[in-house]
Design a protein around this ligand. Sequence first.
Ligand code: ATP
Length: 221
Amino acid sequence: MKPIGILGGTFDPVHVGHLRLALEAWEALALEQVRLVPNATPPHRAQPGASAEQRLAMIRLAVAGHPGLAVDERELRRPAPSYTIDTLESLRSELGEERPLCLILGADAFVLLETWRRWQALLRVAHLVVAHRPGFPSQTWVARMGELLARELRARATDDPADLKRMPAGRILLFPVTQLDVRATELRRLLAAGRSPRYLIPDCVLDYIEKHHLYRAMDAN
Ligand code: ATP
């Protein structure tokens, strides 16, 4: 049974770093689909610059027509805040006990996993696919994480995508995605300064941002 990928985030706004990660994971790991899951009130960070509806609209535009990419709105429909474990458990009960689930996340997010709600339960419900990210060389990951997470990593690490199909959850796959040093914070800063993020986000998303006057100076954070 092909695994389902889940890429959560604020997507404020969605950019080529997110989209290449989703697409490359879909192709390289032979996933059924990758669902982009925008969060409501992110527990770990300041409030986003665009509204939930606007972030959702931009993701919809970005993935429209792609057979392997989809949007999942469940975190926006739940009362905030969004916890990934709740999302995964809700997907698990919808998709059944057998279906492999892969939570895709960048190395910057992974090294902080121990701060997430019920983080050890995540590995009972899903595999983790940890994407390399510029500024986070893999030799430094262990030094940036706590001892418990380092132990989980040693016990569960794999670089073989076939392992993700052998069981529904519990492995940690290290994923060398194309390294794109793009981050939403930087894009918001560019826009607030009146500069163009063209070619770092899809044209359809940039058109939406311009049409709705998003991320102008007073919105920047
Ligand atoms: P911000 O700058 O606002 O923190 P971001 O660009 O990191 O935003 P998020 O919505 O926080 O975007 O990221 C969602 C997920 O996508 C996280 O797991 C993050 O690690 C990953 N991600 C974001 N940008 C990239 C990138 N350029 N390459 C690989 N992974 C990325």
